[in-house]
Ligand binder design. Structure first.
Ligand code: PHE
Length: 487
């Protein structure tokens, strides 16, 4: 509609002098006229020149007076012919109307102000309201009144932008639809000869990239990886979610009757339900340490079943990976090592705001001759202070594969209390010696979830908002970068 009007008008007139007036005369919204002018100008159907005008618009306060009348008139009308006490009048009016109204009506000599307020004139005109209405309708008013309204902060200046328009080099009374692409049909029909092609716009912005956003868990994981690497740790290969019970439990000296090995806690695989191969001589030593001990241990004294060890499962902790790595290490002449991993584990757990059936574990271990609990405490302080947790406390705990074991607590400044952040310990001789590691080799290790620190860092209190099918894609597309205290 605007386009037809503009091109049609220019057919018989040399110029549209003012797009604002043009829009008003043709009953078209000025914004629409401006958009069409920009587009026609782009295709050089028209030439356009900017026009700027200072105009005035009503402030919020100005708008309310344009509706309800100025405060001085509201006040005047609230004063009955016989007069009224100040308190009574104040009760009848909005506080700001009373305050401004008394000042202005007094200045205009409309009312007599004292304890008693009375009218001094019989009738008043609301000039302020009239002027505000005229400004709202785009009409002009004289400079003195503008000054007065501006001083009362009822109007504020605004630059109005429009155009004057003339025919351009490609002017036509009707726009030809430009072709955007040369098609096979254009060539077959031969109409490409007559077609006008749209020019390429090399400065057009491309659509925002939709892919390639990094999830908060991956950002925090990257930071943690960097910290481990700074500390001289090597990453362990964690690319197997499926593990045998042997590597997940038996090799860790976790007895076969242990409740964690129940299907209520662990996901077992139906297909393939068992592992194909295990290192037989090592399996034999693990069986023996469970049944009757050795290495100065009494063992558990039960009949160890190979079938139970063969069962495939989704690994319940990345300590299964650490165990495989320590076993490999034991097959060669001993070398001290520092290893870490950050990857997914699975537990058959009831899902709630802090638990999912799958999560990520961060695990670190140091393997060297003669390490002590003091070394473990030292390395934990070093590690956790790098992620901004420098106040730590430890509590004795139990794991089948570590002795001693310690739960790790950190003082959370925000919550003002100690929160459990991880688990740690020194791997038992019953775990390390059957592998073939030298007798004086000690392994200190710790583990924690990746979700816990990520939720704290990103202020998320329900794990289902962070991970899983209910996660808002907006969170994944837009989340802050993560920089853990890199010292
Ligand atoms: N595997 C333990 C867990 O799943 C963590 C841990 C790792 C504990 C290493 C001690 C040593 O909670």
């Amino acid at each position: 509609m605007a386009e037809e009007a503009i091109l049609g008008f220019l057919e018989s007139h040399a110029e549209i002098a003012d797009s604002g007036e043009f829009a008003a005369q043709h009953g078209i919204d000025h914004n629409e006229v401006v958009n069409v002018i920009k587009s026609l100008h782009g295709f050089r159907y028209i030439d356009a020149q900017d026009i700027k005008r200072e105009t005035w618009v009503l402030t919020e306060e100005g708008k309310t007076y344009a509706e309800a009348g100025s405060p001085e008139v509201q006040l005047f009308l609230a004063v009955p012919p016989e007069g009224i006490s100040r308190e009574e009048l104040q009760k009848r009016l909005d506080p700001s109307v009373f305050k401004i109204g008394t000042a202005q009506a007094g200045k205009n000599k409309w009312v007599e102000m004292g304890k008693q307020i009375s009218r001094k004139v019989q009738h008043v005109d609301d000039k302020v309201k009239d002027m505000l209405t005229r400004i709202k309708d785009g009409q002009c008013i004289d400079a003195d009144n503008i000054k007065a309204l501006k001083a009362r902060k009822l109007i504020t200046p605004q630059t109005w932008k429009g155009y004057s328009v003339k025919r351009g080099p490609n002017y036509a009374p009707k726009r030809k639809k430009a072709a955007t692409d040369l098609t096979r049909e254009n060539i077959q029909r031969g109409d490409w000869r007559e077609l006008e092609f749209k020019e390429y716009n090399f400065s057009a912005k491309g659509p925002p990239a939709e892919g390639g956003h990094i999830h908060p868990l991956l950002k925090v994981r990257q930071q943690l990886k960097n910290i481990f690497l700074y500390m001289g740790f090597e990453e362990m290969p964690t690319n197997n979610f499926v593990e045998s019970s042997f590597w997940n439990f038996d090799a860790l000296f976790q007895p076969q009757q242990h409740p964690a090995r129940d299907s209520h806690d662990t996901f077992f695989l139906k297909v393939p339900s068992t592992t194909r191969e295990l290192p037989e001589d090592y399996v034999e030593r693990v069986k023996r340490v469970h049944e009757s001990g050795g290495y100065q241990s009494r063992g558990y004294g039960y009949e160890w079943k190979r079938d139970e060890a063969n069962k495939n499962l989704l690994r319940t902790h990345t300590t299964a990976v650490s165990t495989r790595m320590l076993y490999l290490l034991a097959q060669k002449p001993f070398e001290p090592k520092k290893y870490f991993s950050i990857d997914r584990v699975f537990r058959n757990e009831a899902v709630d705001r802090t638990h999912l059936a799958e999560f990520h574990q961060i695990e670190g271990l140091v393997c060297d001759r003669g390490l002590t609990l003091g070394d473990l405490i030292g390395v934990l302080h070093d590690f956790f202070s790098r992620i901004g947790m420098s106040k730590l406390r430890f509590k004795p705990a139990y794991n089948p594969y570590t002795e001693p074991s310690m739960e790790i607590f950190s003082y959370h400044e925000g919550l003002g209390k100690w929160v459990e952040i991880g688990n740690s310990g020194m791997f038992r001789p019953e775990m390390l010696l059957p592998m073939g590691l030298p007798e004086d080799v000690r392994v200190i290790a710790w583990g924690l979830s990746l979700e816990r620190p990520t939720m704290i860092l990103y202020g998320i209190d329900n794990i289902r908002d962070l991970f899983g099918h209910k996660v808002d894609l907006g969170l994944i597309k837009k989340n802050p970068i993560c920089r853990l205290g890199i010292n």
